[in-house]
Each structure stands twice: as C-alpha cells, then as structure tokens.
Design a protein around this ligand. Sequence first.
Ligand SMILES: NC(=O)c1ccc[n+]([C@@H]2O[C@H](COP(=O)([O-])OP(=O)(O)OC[C@H]3O[C@@H](n4cnc5c(N)ncnc54)[C@H](O)[C@@H]3O)[C@@H](O)[C@H]2O)c1
Length: 272
Amino acid sequence: MQGLLEGKVAVITGAGSGVGRAAVKLWAEHGARIIAADINADTAEESARLAGAPQGQIKATRCDVADPASVDAAVALAVATFGRLDVIYNNAGITVNPVPGKGLRSLVELPHEDMRRVEEVNINGVIFGCQAAIRQFDAQAENGQGGGGVIVNTASVAGMIGYGGVLYGSTKGAVIALTRSLAIEVADKNIRVNSVCPAGMLTHYSGMDPDSPHKDRILEGMGKAHPLGRAIDPADTAAAAMFLASDLASNITGVMLPVDGGLTAGRKVGGG
Ligand SMILES: NC(=O)c1ccc[n+]([C@@H]2O[C@H](COP(=O)([O-])OP(=O)(O)OC[C@H]3O[C@@H](n4cnc5c(N)ncnc54)[C@H](O)[C@@H]3O)[C@@H](O)[C@H]2O)c1
C-alpha cells in the first residue's frame, strides 16, 4: 500500500536516528513532504539523504524540542517551505544512560541535572510540539486552508508498565496522559492526538549501538521478551505512527498504540 500520506506536510522530531530516521523514509515513500527536525542538524540531513526522496520533498533542520522557539521555528519552516502543516510527530526523546557494567541507575541515584533534561525533552518537548502545531492548525482553519490536523507522540511501553527506569517511565506516562487530555480538548476542532508506545528497539537510545557486530545476538535476546518473539524494529514504530497520522485513522483519537509484540498484553500461564 503506497501513498497513505499523499498531500500531507509533516514535521518529524528526533528525525536524525532510530524511529525518526525510519519515519522520514517511510512517510516520504508514502508521499509526505517532511521537515526532518533534530537537535543534531548533521544526522537530520543524513536521514533526509538516506530516504532517497525526490529533491525538495524533505528539508532537514536543527531543532531542540526543549526550546519552544526552536519548535515554533520548525513548524514555521514547514509553512514557509510547503505552505501548511498537517501532522506533527513529536518523536524526540531521551533517557538517562545506564552506567556501563551496572545497568540503569535506581531512582535515588539519579543526578538532578539528568532528571531535568529528561523531563524537559520528553514532557515539555512534546507539549511545545503540540502547542506549535495547534497554533498553526488554528491559523489554517481561520485562513480557510481547511481545519483539523494530526499530532502523534512517541510514548513507550514504559509509560504503561514498569519497564526501563522510573524517571523515563514517568515521562512517558505523562505523554500518554497528555495525549488523552489534549485529544479531548481539541476534538471539536477535528485535531486528532494519539501516541505510539514502542517496546525496546536497538537504536542509539540509551547508548546502544545499532551497528554492533553482535547485533543479531542482541536482537534475538530482545525478541525473547515479546510473545511474538521478534525484536521491535524502528520501522515498526514508524509504520504505526504513520497509520495514526493518515486518514485511515480519521476517527481515532486519544489512544496509545503499543508496538510491543504483545508485551503489554500479558503472559501465557499454564498450558493455554
Ligand atoms: N529505543 C527504544 O528502546 C525505545 C523504546 C520506547 C520508546 N522509545 C522512544 O522512541 C523515540 C525515538 O527514540 P529512538 O529509539 O529512535 O532513539 P535515538 O536515540 O536513536 O533517536 C532519538 C533522536 O532524537 C534526537 N534528540 C534528542 N534530544 C533531542 C532534542 N532535545 N530535540 C530534538 N531532537 C532530539 C537525537 O539526536 C536522536 O536523533 C524516543 O521518544 C524514545 O523515548 C524508544
């Protein structure tokens, strides 16, 4: 199936790696015109190049989602370049890196500076993206450019169950809660707000190396955590987010869509 985002203009944050890079490629293949936004301008450029889209379909930019002016600028760039905004994918997110050889820090060991930054990026960054997009959707409605719009947020299974650290889980739980509340707040403007909730993926997130020589073994280990038995690929999450961004999901708002191979569904007990 091709062309799910034909005619749509999207801003994707965290576009320089992992899920964001996969989304830039997949969404462009489905016809979206894209602002690929990342705090690292070079990796955003690389994502645009690797997508192999026709000249002018993707524009890369530096954007720090923790800075509201920077997020506003990314949306303004979409309008200046492509004339409008249809979708924002608030995907940028960080965690506190594990201590080598020891794993995740416990809550009582977390440095305050790390806490502040994770909260700023994972919670405020999503809020700033929502604010910037809604202001633009409102302007388009007033200008007769068609009302409505779509927001997709990357939360995590860590917002649904205990998984991947207390601080990180708290921020992703906040993303799920704000997705639901905002969906209700803006529903009468035909603005849809949804989140995807991936399980662990082999990306640069938390200091992992997607190009590790041990990649196959790592993926096999990750897959064992899921009832379906396969590790989650960034492209799986990009596809779920694309569905929510597309008109196929036109009557879906306020949901959290797990992309987790059945992890949060429960576990098999006994012989059944
Ligand atoms: N990888 C996992 O196991 C996993 C699981 C569940 C959810 N997630 C979530 O998926 C999303 C994407 O993560 P990923 O796995 O692709 O990680 P990644 O580290 O590969 O990619 C994240 C990208 O976000 C960018 N970024 C970081 N801070 C930013 C900021 N302040 N402003 C703009 N861009 C910024 C980074 O430069 C990077 O390009 C995140 O929200 C993450 O929390 C990841």
